[in-house]
Design a binder for this molecule. Structure first.
Ligand SMILES: Nc1nc2c(ncn2[C@@H]2O[C@H](COP(=O)(O)OP(=O)(O)O)[C@@H](O)[C@H]2O)c(=O)[nH]1
Ligand SMILES: [Mg+2]
Ligand SMILES: [Zn+2]
Length: 355
């Protein structure tokens, strides 16, 4: 019996590595491999390459995920099993090969998407343009195994798109691809062709109104995703995309459209942040003091060689992630304290009852 329908699942982004993972998982338990294409509060949508269906998380699997501080995300590969009443249950899943994770204002981690190869960082060349926000997105993507590609949209709304590219080139890694694309034009497909091969999964990231869904529709070749006119004043999309959705592109790649996020807190550690600001890491070797914080120390090579705004952004991200790591630690400490108190309370109760 063939337990994996390679041909079908290929259409929904199956890669060799995923197939191997699924085969290993299927040695331990039964189920039909499918991919999560949408996550809602109660139900999820799963796809096997041919058919899309609703499914729910088996409580035992939901608990297992929660225990390892994880959650199901769009792009996950799972095993599903039907019940006697026509319901479909997600009974297990593959630990993602790549995962984009952000933190919320309380420092809690949230999975954004799993198993993606490329992140298209979409930024409008209108009021949306912000090198700082791009650096933030790069810090999120860096270290996750996902390749970032910058897409500057709305070139028709900028007097000199080449100057904007030059401005970015001056502060982000040289190897990073940057495209200036009008998402409404079919030429966008040609430019992104190298990333659109069969089995590839891409995610669109960027502010609301940046042009993600417009680009998604052009890549799809039909209007599937809602797009919204920008309101005056706040440059936000009107019909905002409300959920992350995994879409199958005609060429065989998969694309995940996401609702926009204005502020995005990457879930990174100091090493990942340093890697995403490689120029700062390199120059800091030449600072006079080995523990130079590049604030106001004399002989600081970083302050000399890195643009002020980029350095300020680096410091800001560093402060944020230190705070997030602290709150995460505090939370764990608090949780174990509660658990201990709970145990002590129960022991007290037993003692009182004379057990
Ligand atoms: N002028 C111009 N408008 C665009 C371009 N790309 C998208 N838009 C418009 O920007 C608005 C928001 O686009 P949408 O795709 O919904 O943004 P999303 O929130 O990132 O999904 C829509 O009215 C689009 O028509 C572009 O290249 N040039
Ligand atoms: Mg959208
Ligand atoms: Zn320094």
């Amino acid at each position: 019996m063939q337990r994996i329908d390679f041909e079908g699942l290929r259409r929904i982004g199956l890669t060799l590595a995923v197939a191997q993972g699924l085969l290993t998982l299927l040695e331990q338990r039964s189920g039909r491999p499918m991919r999560v294409i949408e996550v809602h509060r109660e139900t999820l949508r799963v796809h096997d390459g041919q058919l899309e269906q609703a499914a729910r998380l088996l409580p035992a699997f939901a608990r297992a995920l929660a225990d390892r501080d994880d959650a199901i995300a769009v792009g996950d590969w799972v095993l599903v099993e039907p019940d006697a009443h026509g319901g479909l249950w997600i009974v297990d899943g593959l630990v993602p090969l790549t995962a984009l994770v952000r933190r919320d204002a309380e420092g809690l981690r949230h999975a954004v998407v799993s198993n993606v190869d490329t992140a298209l960082l979409v930024m409008g060349l209108d009021a949306d343009f912000s090198p700082r926000r791009l650096e933030r997105f790069l810090a999120l993507v860096q270290g996750s195994g996902v390749a970032p590609v910058v897409v500057l949209s709305k070139p028709d709304l900028h007097a000199d798109p080449a100057a904007a590219v030059a401005q970015l080139r001056g502060r982000i890694p040289a190897a990073l691809p940057i495209f200036v694309l009008d998402g409404r034009q079919p030429q966008a497909v040609e430019a992104l062709r190298p990333w659109l091969g069969a089995g590839q999964t891409l995610v669109l990231l960027g502010s609301s109104g940046a042009g993600k869904s417009t680009l998604a529709n052009t890549l799809l070749g039909r209007a599937v995703q809602d797009t919204g006119a920008v309101r005056d004043g706040d440059s936000r999309g009107r019909h905002t995309t409300t959920a992350r959705t995994l879409l199958q592109l005609p060429g065989g790649a998969c694309l995940i459209d996401t609702p926009g996020v204005r502020t995005l807190r990457p879930d990174a550690d100091e090493a990942t942040l340093a890697a995403s600001f490689g120029d700062i890491a390199r120059l800091s070797m030449q600072c006079r003091f080995r523990d130079c914080q590049h604030q106001d120390e004399p002989g600081c090579a970083v302050r000399e060689g890195v643009g002020g705004d980029r350095l300020r952004n680096f410091h800001k991200l560093q402060r944020e992630l230190r705070r997030d790591t602290l709150t995460a630690l505090d939370r764990r400490r608090q949780l174990s304290e509660w658990k201990q108190r709970g145990r002590a309370g129960r022991a007290n109760l037993r003692a009182k009852r004379g057990e």
